[in-house]
Design a protein around this ligand. Structure first.
Ligand code: AMP
Length: 384
């Protein structure tokens, strides 16, 4: 910060760092390089998707003191592409260069309990929840949620992993054992009508830009399709945006923040979880918005004005998981559609459930975009 309280602008030519070399880091790196920034990626994997396209790839662990020192020397600012980066690494870097989002925001998102507590304080509605660390708190946790629930690991859960359904108090011990006796959160099971997400960007001046609300469909706990704009009322979209902005403000957040919500049959909008980074459900912005979520991450990190987040076309984003590699998808069929934009992550090995890429289906109306996505999914045999 300058004496006037303003964050100096980092202009093209500056060097940006990203912790993590997965697909989100890759798309950030590509966006930053297109805008004229140099990019340093820290990731231990020599073949990481982001490392392949970076100016410099530091091949080391996220806790490697020497690599963090080097990154701090090389970079004017550092961001992160996944929430499980140790907060200590961000704190270490923050002594040497700008880091956004900060360690506090990232560490809250690492713990479902801290995240839910924060969401409540920031004015979000949540499911009923209670911590479960061992047999002693099971009875009180069950009493707190008042009905069937989901037991979720507090840390390192993603894509529906680290969860077990609990239908009665007797099932709690078995579910906790199934999850390895780690600290958990018991959540009341909600009647979901839809799942939606808000991706926003907040810059150091506190300005917020919202991307349109996405409607998300999952398969086996993994995001399958995002439909944008979400088919929800203005009230639902508005309350999701308000809650997401409340969270960002309470964290004095700088960067791109994704917040997932449930929409219930009675129209209530309930916070589920947040990610302190661009999000799979924001990939549609790459082809359908004036500014995409990765360009926006660059702008927020660099203290620039945020880009216009307006949507230019109805869109459906479809994820490509490794399951579709048998051995390689029929790209000829997919790319025969003029309205389809393909994004691949440069991962050498396709494994079931592994995110390999996605494609965006653009059309003049949402109905046509949905139909195009259906056709492409059938051609690629995505549901097989
Ligand atoms: P999560 O990892 O918390 O995003 O949960 C993965 C998926 O499980 C969500 O996308 C929902 O489909 C479902 N889910 C999670 N929490 C609940 C809940 N409290 N009630 C009903 N379904 C849930």
């Amino acid at each position: 910060m300058t004496a006037a309280g303003q964050t100096p602008l980092l202009l093209p030519g500056a060097t940006l760092g990203v912790l993590g070399g997965g697909q989100l880091g890759r798309m950030f790196t590509l966006a930053a390089r297109v805008m004229g920034y140099r990019v340093v990626v820290l990731d231990p994997d020599a073949l990481s998707p982001a490392g392949q396209v970076a100016d410099i790839h530091l091949k080391a662990d996220y806790t490697d003191a020497v690599a963090l020192m080097r990154m701090g020397e090389l970079c004017d600012a550092v961001t992160t592409e996944f929430e499980n980066v140790p907060a200590r690494s961000l704190e270490t870097l923050a002594h040497r260069c700008r880091v956004a989002p900060g360690a506090a925001a990232v560490s809250v998102a690492q713990d479902r309990l801290a995240e839910k507590d924060l969401a409540r304080r920031a004015g979000c509605e949540t499911a009923l929840y209670a911590p479960v660390s061992g047999p002693d708190d099971m009875a009180s946790a069950w009493a707190a949620i008042d009905g069937p629930g989901l037991l979720k690991t507090r840390r390192l859960g993603y894509d529906g992993k680290g969860q077990a359904r609990v239908d009665g108090p007797d099932g709690l011990a078995a579910a906790h054992a199934q999850l390895g006796h780690v600290p958990c959160l018991l959540e009341g099971f909600l009647p979901l009508e839809r799942e939606i997400s808000v991706v926003l960007a907040r810059n150091p001046a506190g300005e917020i830009a919202f991307f349109p609300v996405a409607e998300n469909r999952h398969r086996q706990g993994i995001l399958d399709v995002s439909i944008v704009p979400a088919r929800v009322t203005d009230e639902v979209a508005g309350s999701a945006r308000r809650m997401a902005a409340g969270l960002a403000g309470s964290l004095e957040y700088v960067g791109v923040l994704a917040v997932e919500f449930f929409v219930l049959a009675d129209g209530r909008v309930v916070f589920n979880e947040m990610a302190p980074r661009p999000h799979n459900s924001g990939h549609y912005t790459q082809d359908a918005c004036v500014t995409d979520q990765f360009q926006q991450q660059v702008r927020a990190l660099c203290g620039l004005a945020l880009g216009d987040a307006r949507q230019l076309s109805p869109v459906v984003m479809v994820n490509l998981l490794g399951d579709v590699w048998r051995p390689e998808p029929r790209w000829d069929l997919l790319l025969a559609h003029p309205g389809i934009k393909l994004h691949l992550y440069g991962k050498a090995e396709a494994r079931p459930g592994r995110k390999m890429g996605h494609f965006n289906c653009l059309a003049p109306s949402l109905e046509e975009a949905i139909a195009l996505a259906e056709t492409a999914r059938l051609e690629l045999e995505i549901d097989r």
